[in-house]
Design a protein around this ligand. Structure first.
Ligand code: FAD
Ligand code: NAD
Length: 476
């Protein structure tokens, strides 16, 4: 007997679980179907983000940063630790504990909000009497059938495969394997100097691996502001110890006990032998098992579910959010779309501003940005002014021993309205929120320049950058 719901969400990643909670808060009878199983074979809510993405990667980044600090910067504080050792298995166990806490937290929130949680692969079967029929399969067997007035597809993404390179998650790893290594590889190769490559490369370099990253594009971090990207390349190679080759063409990848890659750089044939290889060349939308073709769900040539500005698909009352649709593959973007869709179903008029979604790369120093880069403004012919402030004279950053990096604010030359903010430096992930607020509230650089910022604080560098937009920085 089919259970009836007002809203069924397919996928319990950050997009799906948040959409389900918000729909339930708004009074809808809601179910969320999710297929993910953890390494112990048990269902785990939270999708890529909580299980094998944002959260575990940040846990490892923190552990590796501590180890790096013990080895390289404790002595300057007068703390002498003789021969610190590193236990990768303990780092992974700590990470697993954090993941477990958060995934069970989602189960708790589902119970609290009366969201019915169903485990299995959800497939759209058709629409009858204005109700969508959805089948839930686990291990090939149908375990449930449900019907719903509204369906929210939140099936996320999976790693983009690299032709000719098979992931076994023992020697050749995707994000799942890269987050689960219980010993430090002596030599680690990474294909792709994107967000995952840089974050995972940083983790393992800081705990002793010799890390080489091979990137196809000639430009390093092309999506970031080029001044910030240049500074990032310098510190990541000099301080973190990453070796990064851009403009590389990967040839053969031979896997045995080690991995040997043949590649071409500047027209020259090169070889790299490593003990483990991480492949991080982007992600593709996940619509496997969803049954989209059977109900004529429109997908584009790259497999993304096609949606309009309000996340509605071509099918009546079928919505799609997060990594499976256009836009940046970021957890906070997925969550905001989830909230917005639930509220739209309730007849409200929410809005997600794609122009003010922040990006953060959690390397050390962190890199974060929101809005336009200088290159984009030049290309668009927008007259702008810029203010930059280094962390070098910032008292708080010096106290933390992290006085590296820059804040850069870009503002319209005529109106002074802030168009972009770019940070490389300590806690850039937190500082960027001031840029997000500025964009959302259409603040001028003078607004930020006239706001009192706590002293001593890292945010004083944001204040200085705003002052610098009108050439009146006080410490520059
Ligand atoms: P997902 O989180 O992918 O969840 C989709 C869920 O749907 C999964 O559980 C999947 O098993 C399930 N599913 C798929 N098909 C079906 C089906 N037919 N039936 C039932 N269930 C199904 N983003 C950030 O913003 N910050 C970060 O720091 C960050 N770090 C990352 C680090 C790594 C290593 C990776 C890989 C990603 C990271 N991301 C980060 C990206 C972030 O994880 C994604 O943008 C986010 O998880 C997308 O959320 P989602 O809900 O769309 O999909
Ligand atoms: P990415 O798009 O960030 O980077 C992939 C890189 O691989 C690119 O630089 C690309 O040019 C390169 N590449 C592609 N094909 C190649 C080839 N054949 N040889 C060498 N290089 C090649 O993708 P990712 O690092 O896999 O991460 C996927 C997505 O997950 C990110 O785009 C982001 O949306 C999300 N993510 C976010 C965070 C964060 O917010 N901190 C962290 C990790 C992942």
């Amino acid at each position: 007997m089919s259970q009836e719901f007002d809203v069924v969400v397919i996928g319990a990643g950050p997009g799906g679980y948040i959409a389900a909670i918000r729909a339930a808060q708004l009074g809808f009878k809601t179910a969320c179907i999710d297929a993910f199983k953890g390494s112990d074979g048990q269902p785990a809510l939270g999708g890529t983000c909580l299980n094998v993405g944002c959260i575990p990667s940040k846990a490892l980044l923190q552990s590796s940063e501590h180890f790096h600090a013990v080895k390289h910067s404790f002595a300057e504080h007068g703390i002498n630790v003789k021969s610190p050792s590193f236990d990768a298995a303990q780092m992974i166990a700590r990470k697993d504990g954090i993941v477990q806490k958060l995934t069970s937290g989602v189960a708790f929130l589902f119970k609290k909000n009366k969201v019915t949680s169903l485990h299995g692969l959800g497939s759209l079967k058709g629409r009858d009497n204005e109700k969508w029929q959805i089948e839930v399969r686990d291990g090939g067997k149908v375990v449930d059938t449900v019907s719903a007035s509204h369906v929210i597809i939140a099936t996320g993404s999976r790693p983009r495969p690299l032709p000719g390179v098979e992931i076994d998650n023992q020697t050749v790893l995707d994000n799942t394997g890269a987050l689960a290594m219980t010993s430090t590889p002596k030599r680690l190769g990474v294909i792709g100097a994107g967000v995952i490559g840089l974050e995972m490369g940083s983790v393992w370099a800081r705990v002793g691996s010799q890390v080489t990253i091979l990137e196809a594009l000639p430009t390093f971090l092309g999506a970031a502001d080029s001044q910030i990207a240049r500074e990032a390349l310098r510190t990541l190679t000099k301080d973190t110890g990453l070796t990064i080759h851009t403009g590389v063409k990967i040839g053969s990848v031979k896997v045995g006990k080690t991995v040997t890659l043949e590649y071409e750089k500047d027209g020259k044939a090169e070889t790299l032998t490593v003990d483990k290889l991480i492949v991080a060349v982007g992600r593709v939308p996940n619509t496997d098992g969803l049954g989209g073709e059977a109900v004529n769900l429109q997908m584009d040539e790259r497999g993304f579910v096609v949606v309009d500005d309000s996340c509605h698909t071509n099918l009546p009352n079928v919505w799609a959010i997060g990594d499976v649709v256009r836009g940046p593959m970021l957890a906070h973007k997925a969550m905001e779309e989830g909230v917005a869709v639930a509220e739209r179903i309730a007849g409200q008029k929410p809005h997600v501003d794609f122009g003010s979604i922040p990006w953060v790369i959690y390397t050390s120093p962190e890199i974060a940005w929101v809005g336009k880069t200088e290159d984009q403004l030049k290309k668009e012919g927008v007259a702008y002014k810029k203010g930059t402030a280094p962390f070098a004279p910032n008292g708080r950053a010096l106290g933390m021993g992290q006085a590296q990096g820059t804040v850069k604010i870009l503002a319209d030359a005529e109106t002074d309205r802030i168009l972009g903010m770019h940070v490389i430096g300590p806690m850039a992930s937190e500082l960027i929120t001031e840029g997000v607020l500025s964009l959302e509230f259409k603040a001028a650089s003078e607004d930020i320049a006239r706001i009192v910022h706590a002293h001593p604080s890292l945010s004083e560098a944001v204040h200085e950058a705003a002052l610098a937009c009108d050439k009146r920085a006080l410490h520059g």
